[in-house]
Design a protein around this ligand. Structure first.
Ligand code: SAH
Ligand code: SF4
Ligand code: F3S
Length: 449
């Protein structure tokens, strides 16, 4: 029997099965692991088989309209599962839950709606739903960080894990829904982060990625982000440390100095530019100029000549002219990104740009600009990988390569994927590899014996 730790009442879950499906960014992936942890304490058993689930949760993303459309499709699918099991409980959690609230119950027919700060309340919400009532909690918090809840690791590669170090965002970029769905910025106490990383290392993990919407604004007492990175890097030289994402307006020399000092802090920075035009950046409320951005790129290269730089770009923001678009292309070429995530602007209801600007670039035009950006970046990614041919890298093995079990795959410090013959190695090993060939997405190497 499942009893709670005081032995006073049978646990609500009583061996019932929970399935969770996750969309959106790594923060959401981390949150799903927190939710599973909270539900397991109530006796629910996590299952990877949706057909045997008693409770299905969908952890959702609102960042672009197509992300939400996909999720509406999944919500419609739930009718099929409900037909097979009438007692099924269906919950929508995460950013779309926060944005749409009760509308998900009215239009989607789901039982539970829970925002990103309401996960401690999940057992109660499920209990409500089990007794035939709707469970809704979309209250945002100023303090919640789930600091002491040990996430149940769902992505079981056993080598690389994500650690959320902060929640929310205060930047209010004009196009972005995140400050509305995730609330204000708050940081987790550093010791809880270091303890989590140390525990992962003790369980065989060799890489942690520190996560936040803008990790540079991490602050807890005297500890800022550079100090936190150093604390995590000190755990062991065998534990790699990564982070995502940095806002260009506050990537400091102090951070670059700490990155350069530790070999186990990976030489890769994701620095979303969004646009190469000062006028567009101003209207996006990004709070930096093209010149400032380029100076920060130069600073990164000064401290770490071998650092990979990647970015996010938006095509067709409100009022973007052909000339603005050309400036984005020229920025891409000038920086020479190693890779990039590229998107068409998608208006999000309630954001500053939805309220004050006109979404005046046609979809066709956005598509054309986006393809030009993608074509240029693909050329640069291919060139960046070709430049690695002949060089040596230390690769952290993640597991068998997708194409052949005689080959392994793993990443360089620069976060590039390398495929090479197994030899005697396994996941979690560090292997010195020389690059022999490449494509736009992958490096092919040989172990240096
Ligand atoms: N906090 C991170 C980004 C989170 S969202 C940062 O500031 O770097 C990830 C990316 O999605 C953004 O960098 C942006 O390029 C893109 N994005 C966000 N809102 C968007 C929108 N409304 N339309 C298109 N792309 C968007
Ligand atoms: Fe959105 Fe800007 Fe915050 Fe990133 S920094 S989450 S783009 S508001
Ligand atoms: Fe999406 Fe929310 Fe992340 S909107 S990108 S899941 S913070």
């Amino acid at each position: 029997m499942n009893f709670d730790k005081n032995g006073l009442r049978p646990l609500q879950g009583l061996g019932k099965r929970l399935f969770i499906e996750t969309y959106g960014c790594q923060m959401n992936a981390g949150d799903s692991e927190i939710v599973v942890s909270i539900m397991q304490r109530e006796g629910y058993i996590y299952t990877e088989n949706i057909k045997e689930a008693d409770v299905i949760l969908i952890n959702t993303c609102s960042i672009r309209d197509n992300a939400e459309q996909r999720i509406w499709g999944r919500i419609a699918d739930m009718r099929r599962y409900r037909k097979a099991k009438p007692s099924l409980v269906v919950g929508i959690i995460g950013c779309m839950a926060e944005r749409l609230k009760e509308r998900l119950i009215d239009n989607g027919g789901v039982d539970i709606v829970a925002g990103p700060d309401a996960y401690r309340d999940m057992p109660r919400l499920v209990r409500e739903a089990e007794s035939g009532r709707k469970g809704v909690n979309v209250v945002l918090s100023q303090e919640e960080t789930y600091a002491e809840i040990a996430p149940v690791r769902l992505d079981k590669n056993g080598v690389s894990a994500f650690i959320s170090i902060m929640r929310g965002c205060n930047n209010y970029c004009a196009y972005c829904v995140v400050p509305y769905t995730r609330g204000i910025e708050r940081s987790r106490a550093p010791q809880t982060i270091v303890d989590e990383a140390r525990d992962l290392f003790a369980h065989g993990y060799r890489e942690v990625t520190l996560l936040g919407q803008n990790v540079n604004s991490y602050r807890s007492g005297d500890v800022g982000f550079p100090e936190l990175m150093a604390m995590v890097a000190e755990i062991s030289p065998l534990l790699r440390v990564r982070f995502s994402t940095s806002h260009p307006k506050d990537i400091s020399d102090r951070l670059l100095e700490v990155m350069a000092r530790y070999d186990n802090i990976c030489k890769a920075i994701h620095l979303p530019a969004q646009s190469g035009s000062d006028e567009v950046l101003r209207r996006m409320n990004r709070k930096y100029t093209r010149a400032w951005y380029l100076e920060r790129i130069a600073a990164i290269r000064r401290y770490m000549p071998d650092c990979a730089i990647t970015t996010d770009l938006i095509a067709g923001f409100c009022g973007e002219s052909e000339d603005d678009h050309r400036q984005t292309l020229s920025l891409i070429r000038e920086v020479g990104y190693d890779s990039a995530f590229m998107f068409k602007y998608s208006e999000r209801p309630g954001t500053y740009s939805a309220r004050h600007y006109e979404d005046d670039v046609t979809d066709e035009e956005k598509g054309r600009r986006l393809s030009e950006i993608i074509a240029l970046q693909s050329e640069l990614s291919t060139a960046s990988n070709a430049r690695d041919e002949g060089k040596e890298f230390e690769v952290l093995v993640e597991g068998a390569s997708k194409r052949s079990d005689k080959q392994l795959c793993g990443r360089t410090s620069q976060n590039k994927m390398v495929v090479f013959d197994c030899g005697t190695h396994k996941a979690g090993d560090y292997v010195r590899v020389r690059i022999k060939g490449s494509s736009s997405a992958t490096l092919f190497g040989e172990e240096i014996l």
